[in-house]
Ligand binder design. Structure first.
Ligand code: BEZ
Ligand code: FE
Length: 311
């Protein structure tokens, strides 16, 4: 701990620097950019002053960011991962998805969504042969008055039971992801995999950081959803598995009580909802009823930007 207390003259010098830097943005033509850069300057300087950052620590921080940059490419997004483990992603989700009635809560997007997940009919299978225990997922999409939303686009994606998303295998497989649409009554259903826990990518600088502070990279078991419909706020969320021991220590702070669902175990050989023969395997089932807020409320801009356009 750095217990040095700066003199009044020293404080004045530090504050003068902040005002000079803040002032350097005063003529920015974009008012929002000016606001963001001035606030960022104040907060960064406050941090440096609060911890009395040493020059070695500053250099270590720069080296960390350089390493994050080196490992980042189209498939690996170390800076998003850093934002995730610092809770900044979840704070941004919170700021941009204010509670609206009983609309379903949003959570972190994560790096494993892809634009081109295959289309499946209602009742279809998203697994693409990925290993894991089959799970029947069904529910409805309604607005906050309870009216069904027909034709809502539902993107779903998940890791396999070995803890990997298809895109992590480095071949061109497509598995554990699909998109489908609600029927005329706002209902949907599909076969997926029973979610299992997995670590966020931890072979880079963010993994080293977690290690250094004694934090686990594990995420609570979950299944991702992104739901969009005309005039509705796009919902990016997951459902979690009740009873999962990682619920209270998810590495990216994504768990919300309202998103924890019962995944009920079904005995091997028991009858399936659509009569599908699972070859004597056990399976699970869950229900997730989704409520969308109207689009006039703040939207999740990142999700909007990444949303597919094939319908
Ligand atoms: C995910 O759930 O896919 C995820 C979220 C944040 C960081 C890494 C993975
Ligand atoms: Fe995930």
């Amino acid at each position: 701990m750095n217990e040095h207390t700066p003199s009044p003259q020293q404080r004045a010098r530090e504050e003068e620097l902040i005002e000079t830097v803040v002032g350097s943005f005063a003529a920015a033509p974009d008012a929002r950019l000016k606001e963001v850069m001035q606030a960022l300057t104040r907060h960064l300087h406050a941090f440096v002053r609060e911890v009395r950052l040493t020059e070695e620590e500053w250099a270590a921080g720069i080296a960390f960011l350089n390493a994050a940059g080196r490992i980042t490419d189209e498939r690996r997004q170390e800076f998003i991962l850093l934002s995730d483990v610092l809770g900044v992603s979840m704070q941004t989700v919170a700021v941009n998805n204010e509670a609206y009635g009983d609309a379903t809560e949003a959570t972190v997007f994560g790096p494993f969504f892809t634009e081109d997940a295959p289309f499946i009919e209602n009742g279809g299978d998203i697994t693409g042969g990925a290993p894991g225990r089959p799970c029947w997922v069904e529910g409805t999409v309604t607005d906050t008055t309870g009216a069904p939303v027909a034709g809502a686009r539902i993107e779903v994606w998940e890791a396999d039971e070995d803890g990997f998303y298809d895109v992590q295998y480095g071949d061109d497989r497509v598995a554990g992801r699909a998109h489908l649409y609600t029927d005329e009554d706002g209902r949907y259903r599909f076969w997926g995999l029973t979610p299992t826990p997995y670590p966020i990518p931890n072979d880079g600088p963010v993994g080293k950081l977690l290690d250094a502070v004694g934090r686990s990279p594990m995420r609570a078991s979950h299944l991702h959803f992104m739901v969009s419909a005309a005039q509705m706020r796009t919902l990016v969320t997951h459902i979690f598995v009740r009873g999962d021991e990682l619920l209270d220590r998810d590495s990216v702070f994504g768990v919300k009580e309202s998103l924890i669902m019962d995944f009920s175990e079904q005995a091997a050989g028991s009858e399936t909802p659509d009569g599908r023969d699972l070859g004597g395997r056990s399976w699970s089932r869950t229900r997730f009823d989704i409520v969308l807020a109207p689009a006039s409320e703040p939207t999740n801009t990142r999700a909007e930007a990444q949303k597919g356009t094939d319908r």
